[in-house]
Design a binder for this molecule. Structure first.
Ligand SMILES: NC(=O)c1ccc[n+]([C@@H]2O[C@H](COP(=O)([O-])OP(=O)(O)OC[C@H]3O[C@@H](n4cnc5c(N)ncnc54)[C@H](OP(=O)(O)O)[C@@H]3O)[C@@H](O)[C@H]2O)c1
Length: 246
């Protein structure tokens, strides 16, 4: 991303998203960096940098997505990079389902709301900011477990299926953007298993060399993003640049 003067990191309150913010500021990748968070105690809000503009966002509320788009538009007419790092696998009230008997409607819908619907509504409201003549990126963090072809282990019904839906949403966005903002490259990314709150309860069987620090993940994903070309729009990439089967 040689020219990425104005960027937006969504879900930057912790984990990989916060890692992107730190890296963008350290490596001077953005003149202006918008970053969203939910928790007012987030370490994001302790970063003091005139380039950084923090905006509160719960992605399950479309009015909030629209509001941040308006706030950004009032200050910047273009975005060059959007990286959406929002995702939920577990929280204090839910665990990924190991079998059919654990399924319930409310939990399944919550996975879809956070992991799939939020991302496509973000693509809806950010579209005007990507309508310009320079290369731009809309990247959304997905997960390899969302690959239907790669699913050999089963389990994690809601998380898996919501990431599959995310991949389909963003592929469809890529097709529409080809007409409406042809310079925008839309991809989903598998970050690899990364040491964050999201993966913490499930790290036991992960060999140390396969458990990345957020910083390493961010560097690897930026290498992938830097090499993307227009023909890559609509594809699903792993952290090493390889393509993941749908
Ligand atoms: N870590 C891994 O091994 C791994 C592997 C594959 C894919 N991924 C994907 O990578 C992405 C980043 O995950 P991570 O590892 O960095 O996890 P994380 O540290 O738990 O971060 C998840 C982020 O999503 C935000 N979020 C959750 N629900 C939200 C909502 N309703 N509205 C707005 N923001 C919300 C969280 O905000 P709060 O800080 O407010 O909770 C947090 O910033 C996710 O999409 C995840 O599925 C991660």
């Amino acid at each position: 991303m040689a020219s990425s003067p104005t960027a937006l990191i969504v879900g930057a309150g912790q984990g990989i998203g916060l890692g992107f913010v730190r890296r963008f500021l350290e490596s001077d990748r953005a003149d202006k960096l918008y970053a969203t968070y939910r928790d007012p105690q987030s370490p994001l809000l302790k970063i003091s940098d005139p380039r950084l503009h923090c905006l509160p966002l719960d992605i399950t509320d479309e009015a909030q997505i629209e509001a941040i788009a308006q706030t950004i538009k009032a200050k910047s007419d273009k975005l060059y990079t959007i990286i959406n790092c929002v995702g939920v696998l577990h929280d204090s009230e839910m665990q990924p389902e190991k079998s059919l008997r654990h399924l319930n409607t409310e939990q399944l819908l919550h996975y879809f709301q956070v992991n799939s619907v939020g991302a496509v509504l973000l693509a809806k409201h950010m579209q005007p900011l990507l309508k310009h003549e320079q290369r731009s990126i809309l990247a959304t963090l997905s997960a390899k477990v969302g690959s239907i072809g790669d699913n050999r282990l089963g389990g994690w019904y809601g998380y898996r299926a919501s990431k599959t839906a995310l991949n389909m949403f963003m592929r469809t966005v890529a097709i529409e953007y080809r007409r409406t903002c042809p310079k925008a490259i839309v991809v989903t990314l598998h970050p690899g298993t990364t040491d964050t709150e999201l993966s913490r309860p499930f790290q036991r069987n992960v060999p140390p060399e396969k458990l990345f620090t957020p910083d390493r993940t961010v560097q690897q994903l930026l290498t992938v993003l830097d090499q993307l070309q227009e023909k890559d729009s609509g594809e699903f990439f792993s952290w090493d640049g390889s393509q993941i089967p749908w």
